[in-house]
Design a protein around this ligand. Sequence first.
Ligand SMILES: [Ca+2]
Length: 379
Amino acid sequence: MTMTSKLGVWLTALFAAGWAAAQSTPSCCSVPSRFGGVVAALATPPEGDAPAPAGMVWVPGGTFTMGGDDPLAREDEKPLHRVRVDGFWMDQTEVTNAQFRAFVEATGYKTLAERPVDWEELKKQAPPGAAKPPDEMLEPGSLVFTPPDHAVDLRDYSQWWTWTLGADWRHPEGPGSSIEGKDDHPVVHIAHEDALAYCKWAGRRLPTEAEWEFAARGGLEGKVNVWGDEPVDPKRANIWQGPFPHRAQVQDGFERTAPVKSFPPNGYGLYDMAGNVWEFTSDLYRTDAYARRAQALGPDGVADNPTGPKRSIDPRNPFAPVSYVQRGGSFLCNDVYCASYRPSARMAVPPDTGLSHSGFRTVLTPAMRTAQAAEHPGG
Ligand SMILES: [Ca+2]
C-alpha cells in the first residue's frame, strides 16, 4: 500500500531520510569462485585467548586515517583524521535471516516493523501540529523499495520507497513475500532497537563507527574502496547497476539482497563490507562529527576508541530527535547517487526506521568475552 496522504509524505521522510533512498540500488553479481583476488589476512587474536567465536574474525586494533577525501566523498566524511581502535572480533557476515530467526525463536522478540506505529512516539518526529493519521496507517509496516518504471527526480525518494503494511523481516517486500530459501541472506527491515535486542541476546554489541570503518578497510590505508583504489565493478559488491531507480541491470546477479559471502571478502576476511545491506553502528550521527573531532584533536592528535557525538544532528531530517550512523551501502548504491559502498561513507537513520536494505553485524571484545566466561564458567 502506498501512502499518498500527508502522513505518507512525512512518514516516508521520517523513516527513509532522503539520502538513504538516494543511496540505494539493487544489484549485483557474484559467485564464490570469484574470490581469487582477495586473500583474507589471518589476524592474530590476543595472545592466550580462545579461537575466534564461530562466524567471527579477529580485527586487530591499530591506528588509521578515518574519513574520505576522494572526489566521491561528502562533507560529512571530512576532514581526514587519525583514529586508534582496540582489537575486536567481528561477524564475518551481516546477520542472516537464519541467525535472526534463532534469536526470535529463543526470545519471542517482535521487531519494530511488526508492531503498530506508536503515534505518541511518531508525533515527536513530526512537524509541529501534524494531525494524527488514520489508524490503518499506524498498523505494522516498513518501507519497501518499489522501483518505478520510469526515470524520476532523484531528490524525491518517495518515488521509490513505499510505506508497506505487513512488510517486515519475514516479508521483505510486504504481504505475500517471504524469506523462504533465503536463510543465508542478510536480515532486513531491522531498526536500531532490533539490532540492540539481538546483540543483547547474543552477548555482542554493535560496532562503533570507528571500529566499523577500521574493519572495512581491511588493513589498507587511505584507499577509496575496501579492496583498494580500483573502481567498483559487478564482481566486487552487491550494488546497483543501471539507471537508478527504474532500470536494474543486475550485472552482479542480485536485484535485491544477495546471500552473504557472494562477493570476495576484504583483507580481514569480512564479507559485504561494501554493499548488500546497510549496517547499524552504535554511534549517533552528526553531520559535523569529524570536523568537531578534528578540531578538538589538533593537527597531531589521535582519537582513541571514539564512540561518536553525544547527540545527533541531521539537517536532512530536522524533526528526528535521534539518528544513528549506518555504514557500507546497500544493493541500491550506485555512483550517480551516493557511492556509499566506500568505507568512509556515512548514512543517518532514525532509530525507528527499518528499510528493505537495512541490517547489521555484531562485534565482541576480549573484555566482553572474559566477562561472559566468568559469568558462565564452562559455557
Ligand atoms: Ca553490508
